[in-house]
Write a protein that binds this ligand. Structure first.
Ligand SMILES: NC(=O)c1ccc[n+]([C@@H]2O[C@H](COP(=O)([O-])OP(=O)(O)OC[C@H]3O[C@@H](n4cnc5c(N)ncnc54)[C@H](OP(=O)(O)O)[C@@H]3O)[C@@H](O)[C@H]2O)c1
Length: 349
C-alpha cells in the first residue's frame, strides 16, 4: 500500500462495528503480581475499544521476557506500564495477531475483517483491544502465530540497529544473544542493511544463526568475543553477560555499543548497570547507548514490508495452546528459547 493510499482514512461503517453489549470471553488472567502459576483460564468481560482503538479477535499472542516481568511485577519499573499496585489488565501478552472485530469512532486505518499484528496489553485472550497506532496489517505471507512473534522483538532489533546505531552497508556488526527473540530479527535486519554480521550463540544454535544470514558465528561456550583480536563498529548486546569494560574492548574506537538487557541485576546494582554507560558515553569517542523501543504503525509496516520482501522470517521455537500460557512463560524465563515463543487460540488448525 502506498503512503498516499494509506493516508486516506478507511471508511468502514463504524456504527455497525461498536458492540452494544461486550459479552464474555476466555482469557488467561491473574489478579495480583506474583507467580507465573497464578495465571488461570477464566471467563471475563470482553474488552470494549476506545475511540482510537480496535477490538481484535485474537488468533495468536507472541510472548517474551517482558510478559514474565508483567506477571511477576518485577522488576518494579515494569509496573509503570502494567499498573503500580495491581495489574491493570492482568492478562499476559504484549504482542498480538488477529482479525479486527470492531473499531472505535476515531479509527481511520482499519476496518472489521482486516488481519492485523502489533502490540497490546492482554493478548492471551480471545479478544484484545489495541490503539490503532500500535498495529499494522499482518504480513500476507505469515501465519497468525508467526506474525504474533514479530512486534516487540522485531521492533527492538529495528530500533537498535537502524535508529540508535544507524547501521550502514559494509559495517561490522556483532549481535550477542543471536539465537534469541531479538537476536534472530537483529541478524536478519543487519544483513538486510548490508552489514557484515557476527552472531554470538551456543554450539547448538550455530547452524540456526548461520541459516538466517550471519557471516560469522562465535560459540560463547568455547570463545569470548571480548577477548579476541577483532573489533566491531556496532555491538548489540542482548545478554549483558560481560562487563562494560570488556565489551568496549571489542568495539572500534568510535563504534556504537547498544546495551539491551540490564535485567539480570536488582536494586542499586541494576541502577549502576543501567546508567553507567550513559554517564560515561559523553567522555569517550565510543557511543554507549541504551534505548526503549516503542511500537508505532510506520515501523510495524516497515517490518511487514521486509517480511513480504523475504528479507526477514520469524524463527519460532514453540507454540503453546492458550491454556498452557504459564508453561510458555516458564520456558521463556529459562532463557534458552531458540527464536520466539507463541500462544495460539486455534490449536490444531
Ligand atoms: N530495549 C527494548 O526496548 C527491548 C525490547 C525487547 C526486549 N528487550 C530485551 O532484550 C533482551 C533479549 O531478549 P530476547 O527475547 O532476545 O531474549 P531470549 O529470547 O530469552 O534469549 C534467549 C537466547 O539467548 C541465548 N543465550 C543464553 N545465554 C547466552 C549467552 N551467555 N550468550 C549468548 N547467547 C545466550 C540462548 O541460547 P542458548 O540456549 O544456546 O544459550 C537463547 O537462544 C532482554 O533482556 C529483553 O529485556 C529490550
Amino acid at each position: 500500500m502506498s503512503l498516499i493510499e494509506e493516508s486516506i482514512a478507511k471508511t468502514c461503517d463504524r456504527q455497525d462495528t461498536t458492540p452494544s453489549s461486550p459479552g464474555k470471553m476466555k482469557a488467561m488472567k491473574h489478579e495480583h503480581y506474583g507467580s507465573l502459576e497464578d495465571i488461570e483460564l477464566r471467563e471475563i468481560d470482553k474488552p470494549v475499544p476506545g475511540n482510537h482503538e480496535v477490538l481484535i479477535r485474537v488468533e495468536a499472542a507472541g510472548l517474551h521476557i517482558g510478559d514474565c516481568f508483567s506477571v511477576r511485577g518485577e522488576p518494579r519499573l515494569m509496573r509503570v506500564e502494567t499498573g503500580f499496585l495491581r495489574p491493570k489488565t492482568g492478562i499476559p501478552g504484549f504482542d498480538v495477531a488477529g482479525v479486527v472485530e470492531a473499531v472505535g469512532t476515531k479509527v481511520s486505518r482499519f476496518c472489521p475483517g482486516d488481519e492485523v499484528f502489533g502490540t497490546t496489553q492482554g493478548a492471551c485472550a480471545e479478544y484484545a483491544t489495541a490503539p490503532e497506532d500500535t498495529l499494522a496489517l499482518k504480513p500476507g505471507n505469515l501465519t497468525f502465530e508467526q506474525a504474533a512473534t514479530v512486534p516487540t522483538s522485531g521492533l527492538a532489533a529495528l530500533h537498535a540497529l537502524r535508529d540508535v546505531a544507524g547501521v550502514q552497508a559494509g559495517q561490522t556488526v556483532l549481535i550477542n544473544g543471536a539465537s534469541g527473540g531479538v537476536g534472530t530479527f537483529a541478524i536478519q535486519l543487519a544483513k538486510s542493511f548490508g552489514a557484515k554480521v557476527t552472531g554470538v550463540c551456543s554450539g547448538r544454535n550455530l547452524e540456526l544463526v548461520q541459516s538466517i544470514g550471519a557471516d560469522h558465528v562465535i560459540d560463547y561456550t568455547s570463545r569470548d568475543f571480548t577477548r579476541e583480536e577483532t573489533s566491531y563498529e556496532v555491538i548489540l548486546d542482548n545478554k549483558e553477560n560481560r562487563s562494560l569494560a570488556d565489551c568496549r574492548k571489542a568495539l572500534t574506537s568510535d563504534g556504537t555499543l547498544i546495551l539491551n538487557s540490564g535485567t539480570g541485576a536488582r536494586g542499586l546494582a541494576m541502577m549502576i548497570r543501567l546508567f553507567k554507560p550513559l554517564i560515561l558515553s559523553p567522555f569517550t569517542k565510543q557511543n554507549l547507548r541504551r534505548y526503549l523501543s516503542v511500537a508505532n504503525h510506520a515501523d510495524l509496516t516497515f517490518l511487514k514490508d521486509s517480511i513480504e520482501a523475504g528479507k526477514i522470517i520469524p524463527v519460532i521455537d514453540r507454540i503453546y495452546p492458550l491454556a498452557e500460557t504459564t508453561a510458555a512463560l516458564e520456558y521463556i524465563e529459562k532463557g534458552h528459547a531458540r527464536g520466539k515463543v507463541a500462544v495460539t487460540l486455534q490449536p490444531g488448525k
